[in-house]
Write a protein that binds this ligand. Structure first.
Ligand SMILES: [Zn+2]
Length: 120
């Protein structure tokens, strides 16, 4: 086999990079596109603590089609979800798996802080 290597979706990859499949090939059921879970759950970071200005919040979820690259995903996470990504990447596998489900379950009652309480 030669040619460009296509990244293969694994559950582990999804966990380690905080991404989730959004489309699959109908015949092979191979994952064709993925989306950023931080964007899905929290939106892009709208506030830059180093600046007094509020950035306009964007609700657009970042997705990547076939041929996604880990380094590109990491750059997106760093730029858009700096603090969360930093925190997330330091969690163990169980922590990463729980990260989003915990936030969702407690959304509304514990708008922030719940993750801090559980993992820090
Ligand atoms: Zn994102």
């Amino acid at each position: 086999m030669n040619g460009a290597k296509k990244p293969v979706w694994t559950k582990e990859f999804g966990i380690s990079h905080a991404v989730t499949p959004t489309g699959r090939d109908s015949e092979t059921s191979q994952v064709k596109s993925i989306a950023c879970k931080f964007c899905i759950h929290f939106g892009r970071q709208e506030f830059d603590p180093n600046s007094q200005k509020r950035r306009k919040r964007s609700q657009k979820t970042q997705t990547w089609g076939e041929g996604w690259r880990k380094d590109v995903i990491a750059i997106h996470h760093k730029e858009m979800h700096g603090k969360r990504w930093e925190h997330y990447s330091n969690l163990n596998k169980e922590g990463k798996e729980a990260y989003f489900s915990v936030e969702i379950k407690n959304r509304g009652t514990h708008p922030s802080g719940i993750i801090m309480n559980l993992f820090m």
